[in-house]
Design a protein around this ligand. Structure first.
Ligand code: 5RP
Length: 299
């Protein structure tokens, strides 16, 4: 006997209205379960299908990088402006207020410092801890072509197995050794390998020539890696090239937090990523916002 229903209202079954099955349009992600899709939808804004991730994980191999000496003072105020923060669990626990609503993607590989061979990485975090921390993804470095290629690929596939089991997206980061050529041919290989072996999305570098072949031949979303600090206009041009070349967003660090006005720069990057703004117009936005900040400082 079902629970008595005392409502006097007539039941509304809408038998003539077919139930909507909303498609999940993020590239390559249609077959995942709800938890994985929900984490992805929190990371990639469903309105644009894109993301502006702020990368601040550098300390895991290079210590207190310029701009990250005091993450509580320089980065925490920027969190509302990003779509997701890419950081380590150490920084998350110690410095990121648990009240933040933004998704956290956690660095899950590590080991060597800048003093050693960077490709010599291991998995550096349990999936259980990522779940405990309510992460929306984990990131792992894959060094295709390096001495430790196989181990770093295995690090990724191990995390992918655990990620699929628990609904946790895995971002593969295609790291390039100093001696390697950064061209489309290399990135086509590295990105495709990561995707074939299960990465949910791939972080990779922009190349001027044929970047669209890297994104087209990768069956999962690509987010553009930032790299060394460059003039703001150049960084915006790079982000624009990547987005127009098929990237689903960016995961930028130094070009945002080492800018003279990080909060203005992240807004300019957002304009390029979410609004297809040209680099020149985004630079105007950067300058306007920076001028306002400078004025405030002078008061
Ligand atoms: C290296 C990384 C870094 O740890 C970091 O995220 C790089 O950010 P950026 O180059 O934009 O400063 O992922 O591959």
């Amino acid at each position: 006997m079902p629970e008595a229903d005392f409502s006097t209202k007539e039941k509304q079954y809408h038998a003539d209205v077919p139930q909507k099955n909303a498609p999940f349009t993020l590239k390559g992600a249609g077959s995942y379960d709800w938890g994985m899709k929900n984490r992805l939808a929190r990371t990639f804004d469903p309105r644009s299908g894109r993301t502006v991730m702020l990368a601040v994980d550098h300390g895991y191999f290079q210590g207190p990088t310029t701009g990250l000496e005091r993450i509580d003072l320089t980065i925490v105020p920027l969190i509302p402006s990003c779509d997701a923060l890419f950081c380590t669990r150490g920084i998350l626990r110690a410095l990121v207020p648990p009240q933040v609503q933004k998704p956290m993607v956690l660095r899950a590989s590590g080991g060597p410092s800048i003093l050693r061979d960077l490709s010599d990485e291991e998995i550096a975090m349990d999936m259980e801890d990522a779940l405990r921390l309510n992460a929306c993804g984990v990131g792992v470095q894959v060094f295709v072509g390096s001495e430790h290629e196989s181990r770093t690929v295995r690090n990724m596939t191990r995390l992918v197995d655990l990620g699929v089991r628990h609904g946790m997206p895995v971002m593969a980061v295609t790291a390039v050794g100093k001696e390697m050529k950064r061209d489309a041919q290399y990135f086509r290989l590295a990105c495709r390998m990561c995707a074939e072996l299960g990465a949910t999305y791939v972080k990779t570098y922009f190349v001027e020539e044929e970047f669209e072949t890297v994104t087209a031949s990768c069956p999962v979303p690509i987010v553009m890696a930032g790299g060394k600090k460059m003039p703001e206009l150049d960084a915006l041009k790079m982000a624009y090239g990547a987005i127009q070349g098929g990237a689903a967003g960016v995961d930028m660090g130094r070009n945002i937090f080492q800018s003279d006005a990080p909060s203005a720069m992240i807004q300019a990057v957002r304009a390029v990523v979410h609004k297809n703004e040209t680099p020149e117009r985004a630079l105007d936005l950067y300058k306007t916002l920076k001028a306002k900040l400078d004025k405030k400082k002078d008061r």
